[in-house]
Write a protein of this length. Structure first.
Length: 220
């Protein structure tokens, strides 16, 4: 005999097109979530979306929100490489790569430097050349025709360098996950320093995540 609650949870899981929702217990992976909100509309007693913009982390496990747990999503300072604080803590220059993105996250990244958010006041800017950058910011699922370009851009960035994934497509492939048109092998070869979820990602989430990565110190 199957209880009504378990039937509802299975329906909730099946509702998600990107398999972001799991059951036993109910959980949602923000790295896969498209933030369409359909699950919250259909099952408001199970899932509610808040207005919290602090969603960035360097630990992908922290992107998984589980039923019954009330933990903030934040950067784990113990996982931050020491050279990031030592060299990049006060000034950060980034090269953004649109690796097959739909231009939504790209537009939000542009907005980080408008008058409302003014990310450059913290010493964080986007630059035109990877040779002038401290790291790369990837948006989009990384299509086959952009995979080599991502590698070239990364190789041209001087050490030490960071990798930041912005948006659902970059973090997990989003709705394109498993498609033969994408090639995400690059991400299997290198350490990702920061995951910034969203579809698209809010500028405040970007600013907060980058500041946490470069300036948050371990309490040990």
């Amino acid at each position: 005999m199957i209880s009504l609650e378990k039937v509802d949870e299975k329906e909730l899981s099946d509702l998600c097109p990107t398999n972001a929702i799991s059951i036993h217990p109910v959980s949602i992976d923000l790295g896969k979530c498209t933030f369409c909100g359909e699950c919250a509309l259909r099952f408001p007693d199970k899932i509610t979306f808040t207005k919290d913009y602090k969603l960035a982390t360097n630990d992908p496990e922290r992107l998984i929100i589980k039923e019954g747990e009330d933990k903030p999503i934040e950067v784990n300072p113990d996982l931050i490489r020491s050279e990031i604080h030592r060299i990049l803590g006060r000034s950060l220059k980034l090269r953004q790569i649109s690796a097959g993105g739909d231009n939504s996250c790209e537009m939000e990244l542009n907005a980080t430097n408008n008058v409302q958010f003014d990310m450059s006041r913290y010493g964080i800017d986007f630059v035109a050349s990877p040779r002038h950058a401290d790291g790369i910011v990837i948006t989009g699922p990384i299509t086959q025709n952009m995979a080599k370009a991502v590698q070239i851009c990364y190789d041209a960035t001087p050490d030490p360098k960071i990798i930041v994934l912005v948006g659902t497509d970059a973090i997990s492939g989003g709705i394109f996950a498993g498609s033969p048109a994408i090639d995400r092998s690059f991400l299997s070869n290198y350490h990702v320093d920061l995951y910034i979820p969203g579809n698209p990602t809010h500028p405040l989430t970007v600013v907060n995540g980058l500041l946490d990565l470069t300036r948050k110190l371990s309490e040990k």
